[in-house]
Design a protein around this ligand. Structure first.
Ligand SMILES: CC(C)(COP(=O)(O)OP(=O)(O)OC[C@H]1O[C@@H](n2cnc3c(N)ncnc32)[C@H](O)[C@@H]1OP(=O)(O)O)[C@@H](O)C(=O)NCCC(=O)NCCS
Length: 162
């Protein structure tokens, strides 16, 4: 999501790495994926348990991009070795529409701005890739997050359970 699908990047715009006591959170676009770590994080957000999904293959095959939030220790080093504490996936129609899915933050990191920062980086990168619209759908209780913290505006949308 840095102008052309396929190229990795570090978040250089949008939220900067956040120093939070002894840890730093860094936001990375299209970075390396550890299937087990992402499966565990996804299960923490959406349950009930890890599914064994090959996230790496799925993301590379179907996504415009994805953003990982990684925690690192006092050294401030981050990246591939940092613990995965947040994730969002950006699906794509190949044109102007991008779709946020699977926004998730590890339980113990919630309520500190990580989720909103992930979405902000994803939106910025989708814009840079030429997208004009970023869609998301969610349950009523998450309106303060998506409308309040992430800047989405309400629209009508539809859904069919297939
Ligand atoms: C939704 C989620 C990603 C938010 O991550 P987060 O890092 O806690 O979010 P932030 O700290 O950036 O939240 C910013 C603001 O959004 C609102 N907000 C965040 N999570 C919320 C929730 N679950 N319900 C209602 N409002 C919420 C709050 O106003 C918050 O500000 P505050 O902490 O000052 O009150 C996280 O709760 C999560 O992983 N949930 C489980 C998975 C899920 O439901 N994902 C959404 C799929 S559509």
């Amino acid at each position: 999501m840095s102008g052309a699908p396929g190229s990795p990047c570090r978040a250089t715009a949008g939220p900067l790495p956040r120093h939070d006591g002894a840890t730093t959170i860094a936001y990375e676009c299209r970075g390396g994926i550890d299937n087990g770590a992402l499966d565990a994080l996804h299960a923490e957000g959406f349950g009930p348990r890890p599914t064994g999904t090959d996230w790496r293959a799925r993301l590379h095959r179907h996504s415009l991009g994805w953003v990982c939030a990684r925690e690192s220790g006092e050294s401030g080093e981050s990246g591939e070795d940092g613990r995965l504490v947040g994730f969002v996936n950006v699906a794509w129609d190949g044109g102007p529409h991008a779709f946020l899915v699977d926004t998730v933050v590890a339980r113990r990191h919630r309520g500190r701005g990580t989720g909103a920062a992930l979405v902000s980086v994803a939106a910025e990168r989708a814009r840079a890739a030429g997208c004009e619209w970023l869609h998301v759908d969610f349950e009523d209780g998450l309106a303060p997050f998506y409308f309040g913290a992430c800047g989405f505006r309400p629209t009508r949308a539809g859904l069919i359970a297939l």
